[in-house]
Design a binder for this molecule. Structure first.
Ligand code: COA
Length: 166
């Protein structure tokens, strides 16, 4: 599942100008806003590098809450009645067009899972807001489940993800 790629926090050492995911809004975010969001502690950003050190993909990770009402009744009833469960948000995820279909998108999600499991604050699940049906299908393929009444928002419980990665 995980190709040989270095995944590390975005820094000023990385050249973002040539990144081309085919989705201008995602490319522009990396070029123009990601560093500012990191400085303001709104979101962290992690980049996958190719052998030449160029950015092949990235994702952002921030804290969020998963409403208990997003879970199916049989899942929710196994949990305490906390209205919001602690969660990590993959706000953006993009792979350079030249690196599509090589497992890099999945590797970035696995990296987000591993960082979230290793974080000191407990994180119950990862949450994503898919920007279109193709993105939602990608996340479902990786095991994310749609919110009960909001199918473009999906979540992946980390206990389950950890079992699958082990
Ligand atoms: C979505 C995206 C990140 C996928 O990245 P990728 O590196 O091409 O995907 P991977 O090669 O890691 O695919 C991993 C698995 O998901 C599957 N998959 C990929 N795209 C899929 C899709 N749209 N629907 C269903 N499955 C998909 C692959 O077949 C692969 O399956 P396998 O492990 O069983 O072989 C990439 O296409 C992209 O950057 N798209 C534009 C931006 C975007 O839509 N971002 C989503 C954030 S909302």
């Amino acid at each position: 599942m995980k190709p040989a790629a270095t995944i590390e926090p975005l820094s000023s050492a990385h050249d973002r100008q040539a990144f081309d995911s085919g989705v201008e809004a995602l490319d522009r975010y990396l070029r123009e806003r990601a560093s500012q969001d990191i400085r303001r502690r709104l979101s962290n950003c992690f980049v996958a590098l190719d052998k030449g050190g160029r950015i092949a993909g990235y994702y952002t990770l921030a804290a969020t809450g998963l409403p208990l009402t997003a879970l199916a009744d049989d899942e929710a009833k196994r949990l305490p009645r906390y209205p919001l469960l602690p969660a990590g948000l993959i706000g953006r995820l993009a792979v350079h067009r030249a690196f599509r279909g090589l497992g890099l998108g999945a590797a970035l999600v696995v990296d987000a899972i591993e960082r979230s499991i290793a974080a000191d604050p407990a994180i119950f699940a990862l949450v994503v807001d898919a920007k279109d049906e193709a993105a939602a299908a990608f996340y479902r393929h990786l095991g994310f489940q749609p919110f009960v009444s909001k199918p473009m928002s999906l979540f992946l419980p980390l206990a389950e993800a950890a079992r699958r990665l082990a």
